[in-house]
Design a protein around this ligand. Structure first.
Ligand code: FAD
Length: 415
């Protein structure tokens, strides 16, 4: 059955490319596996990821819950995660002596606390399984002729392969990927995901560093909203709720050219009406106390004082003495404060591209192209992206593993 001489070329030496290569080589030792990487560095994003600690995956073991962490690709991932999910990732690294630990928010890191552990593991695995690596090899053209792929590199070198897995990361400029379109694939236009909101000149930015544990951020005039921690920065707003909103609304916000307004409910347990109803009770209870000193909602003191200023309420005013106008203004600020957003800032800790190879053109159980036989995809090149927390690497491991296994099996079989 052995098919000596079959070659797999994996384009891209990142997380997905390595996972495809090492698993293909392990599953089929007769397969010659070569990673071609355009730069002089391997696994460079793994190195810087998670602040140098590599947030490998997320402590989430329910597939229906897991897929909801991906603004794009949920249906596709539901199938893929049945083959390889977070549990398999943890096992895969454990079997190679790498224990992962879970932080309070569910993010999982190597116990060593350094991404180098993951890099060393993948390099060792490549070495053990005889995976070859070509650096400074920038693929510029890919074609298929008489059942064989031909790859043209930027320096005019030519390579040939029976199987190709494209794992070259997020497509930021489609014009660099015309070779993929020439093969017959469609690229969903790329736009950034995972960014923070700029609010130039807004007085709230003077409170930089202040965070609120639970708020709802909504894009005005839409149904798009997210709930979670919000962090005030010197340029605007960040924090998990904002990052999630940027991801789930990536296409809409790109269309608005990143100029829109948001409403923040700083007290998600209330809406404007229910807070109005609760107000009388608070007012009676706190009547004699100065409002500046008594913040019954557990909001950070600096933020509470800022809200009072915005509602034209003096800190010394007793709760019982607040006028109806002041009260209504404060309630409106607390439950639906409006901000103008003008522009975005890349979230340096983790950013990904929304867009990539159209998913209907890829088989989720093998990662094989439905357009070109023996062509496979893995990682961010596909139109899949997750929110922060280890979900993007999980997709890289899942798709890389599935592609590697499918290629190994295809190379065994008599075609
Ligand atoms: C700063 C930062 C931190 C991050 N932190 C996390 C995190 O902690 N957890 C998480 O889940 N996600 C994180 N992410 C996202 C995650 O890194 C990516 O989703 C993941 O690396 C995608 O893997 P990939 O292999 O598909 O692509 P990449 O890691 O981008 O690898 C693609 C490789 O292909 C090469 N390449 C591209 N074009 C060609 C070509 N034509 N020929 C040859 N080679 C080519 C590139 O040079 C690159 O080495 C982070 C992203 C960034 C930018």
């Amino acid at each position: 059955m052995e098919n000596k001489g079959k070659t797999l070329i994996v384009i891209g030496g990142g997380a997905a490319g390595f996972f495809c290569a090492v698993n293909a080589a392990k599953n089929n030792p007769s397969l010659k596996v070569v990673i071609v990487e355009k730069s002089s560095k391997l696994l460079s994003k793994v190195k810087v990821s998670g602040g140098g600690r590599c947030n490998v995956t997320h402590h989430c073991f329910d597939i229906d819950e897991l897929i909801r962490k991906y603004p794009r690709g949920q249906h596709f991932l539901k199938k893929a995660f049945h083959h390889f999910n977070t549990i398999h990732t943890i096992q895969w690294f454990e079997e190679r002596g790498i224990a992962l630990k879970t932080e309070a928010d569910g993010r999982m890191f190597p116990q060593s606390n350094t991404s180098q552990t993951i890099i060393d593991c993948l390099l060792k695995e490549a070495n053990l399984n005889g995976v070859e690596v070509m650096m400074n090899a920038d693929v510029k053209q890919l074609s298929k002729d008489a059942g064989l792929f031909r790859l043209q590199l930027a320096d005019d070198r030519q390579l040939e392969a029976d199987y190709v897995c494209i794992a070259c990361g997020g497509i930021s400029k489609p014009e660099h990927f015309s070779w993929l379109q020439q093969l017959g694939h469609t690229i969903e236009s790329p736009v950034p995901s995972l960014f923070t909101f700029n609010m130039p000149g807004n007085s709230i930015t003077t409170l930089m560093g202040v965070s609120v544990e639970n708020a709802i951020v909504k894009i005005t005039g839409t149904k798009l909203s997210q709930q979670g921690p919000v962090l005030i920065t010197h340029w605007g707003m960040s924090g998990p709720a904002v990052l999630k909103l940027s991801a789930y609304s990536a296409r809409e916000l790109a269309q608005m050219q990143y100029h829109f307004s948001i409403l923040i409910n700083w007290l998600p347990q209330y809406n404007e009406q229910s807070l109005k109803e609760a107000w009388q009770g608070l007012r009676n209870q706190l009547a004699a106390l100065a409002i500046g000193n008594k913040n019954p909602f557990g909001l950070p003191a600096r933020l509470w004082q800022y809200f009072l200023q915005q509602a034209d309420i003096n800190m010394e005013t007793r709760w019982a003495a607040i006028t109806a106008k002041q009260q209504n203004k404060l309630i409106q600020i607390l439950t639906a404060q409006s901000f103008e957003v003008k522009g975005k800032t890349t979230f340096k800790e983790e950013f990904v591209t929304c867009g990539g190879i159209k998913l209907s053109e890829i088989n989720a159980s093998t990662m094989q192209s439905r357009v070109v036989p023996d062509l496979f995809f893995a990682g961010e090149i596909m139109d899949v992206d997750g929110i922060t927390g280890g979900f993007n690497f999980q997709h890289a491991w899942t798709s890389g593993w599935i592609a590697g296994k499918a290629i190994a099996e295809a190379a065994f079989s008599n075609r």
